[in-house]
Design a protein around this ligand. Sequence first.
Ligand code: ZN
Length: 112
Amino acid sequence: MAKQDAAAKRQCIHCGKYVPVRSTQCMYCKESLPDLNVLRATAGIPTEGGPKIRRGLLYMLLAGVVQYYAGGYSGFTLPVQIDPVVFQYLVPGLFLLGLGLVLYGFYLKMKG
Ligand SMILES: [Zn+2]
């Protein structure tokens, strides 16, 4: 587990001011703050990786959909004629982009 960024800030739940992420007491209003690790474990607060994984999965899904229509598997013909070369590069590109985002998201999750 990587060391938490010392410069990271969290918002005080009592006065809304930003305090160091590790502090258990607000330096402005002196109210005690709940432990962030406990909060994360109980409330399931998403880490930075979550949205990236979701977006990556969306791209991969989109690539699949484009492939589905472009390949003519659906029996649906596109209203406009698109050069198949576009799909040849677009679909794998989109898929890899999504895969990369998912992997990066997981990396952030592990690190976080
Ligand atoms: Zn405060």
